[in-house]
Design a protein around this ligand. Structure first.
Ligand code: ADP
Ligand code: TRP
Length: 333
């Protein structure tokens, strides 16, 4: 049989990404991933989902999982995800991806999975691995291939998973002599690594995050805790080495950024002043999203409807892929 991806996929580029509901979203997530997801809505056919199956590998409290999924849905919609432009859904509302995970697991090499950095890192941090954690990249490949996606906007840490996905897609196509899966490309955002309050990469696992939707006193407290060096107030300072300045650069205009850099270099300004400016800019930058989130919290039925509608579009696509995949492997005529 011959199955051509090109005759079945839409002529528009298909863009897909997932976000794990594993805690409150922070500035690293926004500038490293969410912002580009939202910007890409106008450039192709987008599928964005909340990776709740993936979260099960590390989160085993059902109440917390439910809350986190709702939080991510609210966050994305508040930050500008437009359900008219992108299909937005829960991963587990498309159970076909678990079947595709099985198909791919029969062609993925053990060696390929054993080389996964994120798996090795988690084991090195002392997590006793489950089989699910080990096969996590196969589930991720199934997410991408179920919708025969072309472009996957992700952060640096996911690049290897994309390479593994390409490997599995190529093996499937060549083993079964079909052209079912396009080889997806990764897309990185410009903000490579957002620093946390301690200057290390901002990450939930380091406890150094600034949450996107923090405000008021808690936000002030975390901003004031950003680590700076001990250059005295009156001395000139180097903005390039400063965590406060790095974060300010993400939310300020180029002119504001230059103005603050000049103040650093002139001396006579303490880090406390820079932190206050950062706080004001952050409040301003996310003001609209915060207001929108408060409205959405009072409209959870709407949020659920968006997820259901997104899932039904996504599922139709995944069912079509699985129909072809079942025929390709010989489970169906
Ligand atoms: P965390 O490290 O807090 O657990 P995740 O691994 O869930 O964050 O990351 C979700 C997405 O956000 C990924 O695409 C990741 O690359 C991006 N991301 C996370 N932290 C940062 C950061 N500090 N700078 C840039 N991108 C980041
Ligand atoms: N593994 C990704 C992360 O931790 C989340 C994810 C799951 C994903 N499936 C995906 C990202 C498919 C892109 C495409 O950030």
């Amino acid at each position: 049989m011959s199955t051509s991806a090109s005759t079945l996929t839409s002529p528009r580029k298909r863009i897909l990404s997932g976000v794990q509901p594993s805690g409150k979203l922070h500035l690293g997530n926004y500038f490293g991933a969410i912002r580009q997801h939202i910007d890409l809505q106008d450039t192709g056919e987008c599928f964005y989902f909340i990776a709740d199956y993936h979260a099960m590998t590390t989160l085993q409290d059902p109440q917390v999982l439910r809350e986190n999924v709702q939080d991510v849905a609210l966050d994305y919609l508040a930050l500008g995800l437009d359900p008219q432009k992108a299909s937005f859904f829960r991963q587990s509302d498309v159970p076909e991806v678990t079947e595709l995970t099985w198909f791919l697991s029969t062609i993925a090499g053990m060696g390929l999975l054993e080389r996964a950095h994120s798996y090795k890192d988690k084991v090195a941090r002392g997590i006793t691995p489950s089989v699910g954690l080990f096969t996590y990249p196969i589930l991720m490949a199934a997410d991408i291939l179920a919708y025969r996606s072309h472009l996957v906007p992700v952060g640096q840490d996911q690049i290897q998973h994309l390479e593994m996905t390409r490997d599995m897609a190529g093996s499937f196509n060549s083993t079964y002599k079909v052209d079912l899966f396009p080889l997806p490309e990764a897309r990185l955002d410009v903000a490579a690594v957002v620093p946390g309050v301690d200057g290390k990469k901002m990450s939930k696992s380091y406890g150094n995050t600034i949450d996107i939707f923090a405000e008021g006193k808690p936000l002030k407290k975390v901003i004031m805790s950003i680590v700076t060096d001990s250059t005295p107030l009156e001395a000139p300072k180097n903005p390039a080495n400063c965590n406060v300045f790095a974060l300010y650069s993400l939310v300020a205009s180029p002119a504001e950024k230059e103005e603050l850099a000049a103040k650093y270099q002139a001396g006579g300004m303490g880090y406390g002043t820079a932190k206050t400016l950062l706080l004001e800019k952050l409040e301003y930058f996310f003001a609209q999203a915060r207001a929108r989130r408060k409205e959405l919290v009072n409209n959870l039925d709407y949020v659920e409807k968006v997820l259901q509608q997104g899932a039904s579009k996504a599922r139709a696509e995944a069912q079509q892929t699985m129909d072809l995949a079942r025929r390709a492997v010989g489970l169906r005529r």
